[in-house]
Design a protein around this ligand. Sequence first.
Ligand code: HEM
Length: 238
Amino acid sequence: MSTLWNVLPYVVIVLFLSGTAWRYRYDKFGWTTRSSQLYESRLLNIASPMFHYGILFVLAGHLVGLFIPDSWTSDLGVSEHTYHLLSLYTGTAAGALTVAGIALLIYRRRTTGAVFRATTANDKAMYLVLLGAIVLGMWAKLTHSTGDGYDYRETIAPWTRGVFTLQPDGAQMAGVPVTYQIHVLAGLALIALVPFTRLVHMLSAPVRYLFRPYIVYRSRDPKQLAARAARRGWEGAE
Ligand code: HEM
């Protein structure tokens, strides 16, 4: 069993990196979200930000939970119980926002004819794994929420860090509750799928958009507005 946890993350990393290189090489023009905004925008304008803000908070929470050792937070005077409560409230709120967003996105996709017709088998498989990873994460968390909760910072977190320092210790995962193990497997499956689905758009998120200057719109000079309309190219000269 621990061999699985030693090998699987590297299979996923190889699939992710080689898949990304392959997609860039052979499908540069298909590197897109395949947005369906043109077909329907009312629901999308609510559901899409809900989902994206939710998932960004969830992923930020994963970075803190998995990559900041518990010795650091206890050095800062944060007790295990306080950490658990913080993680429980913020993580659950972020997870709930994500689930609500994705539920609305799936509802829209199913009920808007044009959007449904534009949904491929690849999209459906991706949605299944995405929803599965999210629901299983919430499930694991909420079924271990009493007291100090399940202390994944003693097991899953050091295992995750070991993967990146090339010293994976699969034995750390052996005693982890099954619900958490299944969640991690679903999470790994999703990561492997990124380059082969529309999720690939996350690798080219328009981060610079956040820092670009505003587009400045100016009304025309009032004197000019009162003047005769500008002559069109095809109108003959007077
Ligand atoms: C393979 C890498 C992953 C690992 C090791 C991992 C680990 C964890 C752990 C330990 C928790 C429980 C936190 C707690 O009990 O307080 C959790 C919760 C959760 N995970 Fe993951 N996860 C992974 C990937 C993912 C992915 C890819 C997604 C979403 C697409 C995801 C979505 C969630 C959600 C929604 C929760 C519950 C809410 C929250 O704590 O934020 N996870 N995950």
